[in-house]
Design a protein around this ligand. Structure first.
Ligand code: CP
Length: 335
């Protein structure tokens, strides 16, 4: 595997093979599989899970990893193209990325959306400009448009819980958050559930519909997998018979790049905090999923997050196992 960039790049069979490998590595560890291999990790945006789980994954497979981020003791990094560097930053990302990549057998890059220009973010322009600088294998650790490692871990979580693929009802729900957040997780989670063959409802208030480009891509995947994709503003109706609700906040497309207008709009929906009454129309054992980090009492009630519906820790651990499978395939461990 040369790149792990977008869950949409992989067939159901390829994903099944990765998940079988993840399960095998969990049950039968291979502590020498990547002996002598090095993974470079470049974090241009913050992290807890991705930062820890990639290093743990490499260590468990016998390899090593190193991390570079702007808040370490490195030269100030300039990211703007075509700039005259007569300010504070002493190093440009155009040199930094290939240098870091040259020390590893593969590189993982995290670069969140700028959230100024919707089309630029949907087309992952900044992230693509970085991977064009390298010829080593690479992993998308979350870009403006995609978070494939989260998607693979979430697919595994759904499998682990026995939630049906075809016929399974998946609700991707917008939730309140004080800040305008990126589209990578909601867009790629929608894609994942559609590719898995689930009946997906995007539940969101007015003004928070996902971009047409994202919906069209997911609908195409659903048509191929036997699933479906629809939108609703009606919580009761959307949650009817749901097997899982996946909560996430995201920016208003209507006000993309305008923080003040977005904030004013979202403040109408502070009651979009997932709580036990939301589950009344759902399947009895309907699960709560979230990629984390999550704001308690804002995105989800403490009772739901700490209760039996919540599988957020299971999801987070699956990040490590899913990434072990990706790295094992990418860096040549015998499969
Ligand atoms: N879910 C996720 O990617 O978590 P981090 O941002 O902490 O890495």
């Amino acid at each position: 595997m040369k790149a792990f960039n977008d869950i949409a790049d992989f067939s159901q069979e390829q994903i099944s093979a990765l998940l079988e490998l993840a399960n095998r590595l969990n049950e039968n560890p291979e502590p020498q599989a990547l002996s002598g291999k090095v993974l470079a990790l470049l974090f241009l945006s913050p992290s807890l899970r991705t930062l820890a789980s990639f290093q743990a994954a490499m260590t468990r497979l016998g390899g090593g990893a190193f991390v570079i981020s702007p808040d370490m003791s490195i030269h100030g990094l300039e990211t703007r193209p075509g700039i005259v560097m007569d300010g504070v930053a002493a190093e440009h990302i155009r040199e930094a990325v290939p240098v870091i990549a040259s020390y590893g057998d593969a590189i993982g890059i995290r670069a969140f959306a700028e959230r100024k220009d919707l089309q630029k973010d949907l087309d992952d322009v900044e992230y693509r400009s970085l991977i064009e600088l390298i010829d080593t294998p690479y992993v998308n650790m979350e870009s403006a448009a995609a978070h494939p490692c989260q998607n693979l871990a979430d697919w595994k979580t759904l499998d682990d819980l026995g939630i049906p693929a075809n016929g399974g009802k998946f609700v991707l729900s917008w939730a309140f958050h004080p800040k305008a957040l990126p589209l990578a997780v909601p867009a790629s989670t929608l894609q994942m559930a559609a590719q898995r063959g689930m009946d997906v409802t995007v539940l969101r208030p007015e003004g928070f519909g996902l971009p047409e480009q994202v919906m069209a891509k997911a609908k195409k995947a659903a048509a191929a997998s036997g699933g479906s994709v629809r939108e609703s503003e009606d919580r009761q109706e959307a949650m009817q018979g749901a097997h899982v609700i996946y909560a996430k906040s995201w920016s208003s497309i209507a006000h993309y790049g305008d923080k003040i207008a977005d904030q004013k709009h979202r403040e109408q929906y502070v009651d979009w905090c997932v709580d036990e009454p939301w589950f009344a129309p759902a399947e009895t054992d309907c699960r709560f999923m979230h990629c984390l980090p999550v704001r308690r009492g804002v995105v989800v009630s403490e009772a739901v997050l700490d209760g039996p519906r919540s599988v957020v820790i299971h999801e987070a651990r699956n990040r490590m196992l899913a990434q072990m499978a990706v790295l094992h395939q990418m860096l040549g461990g015998a499969s």
